[in-house]
Write a protein that binds this ligand. Structure first.
Ligand SMILES: [Zn+2]
Length: 71
């Protein structure tokens, strides 16, 4: 299940929420002030989360290539 990071434009709260569908993404509200004036954050956060849970394919690839370069 994808986790997205949102930032509330009203109170500057950054929060994470589960979004299982497009309609869910349209109904995200701030967890602090319940404003719908939120924007989805496109940041390294999501890739970092994916990396920690799935083994970071990109990091593993670069690590592998540098390792083979040494040996
Ligand atoms: Zn808010």
């Amino acid at each position: 299940m994808p986790i997205y990071e949102y930032r509330c434009k009203d109170c500057e709260t950054v929060f994470e929420t589960f979004v299982s569908s497009v309609s869910d993404a349209d109904n995200v509200v701030c967890k602090k002030c319940e404003s719908k004036n939120v924007e989805k954050q496109i940041s390294s956060f999501s890739s970092r989360m994916a990396g920690s849970s799935s083994g970071a394919p990109a990091g593993a690839l670069s690590g592998c290539s540098s390792k083979s370069g040494f040996s």
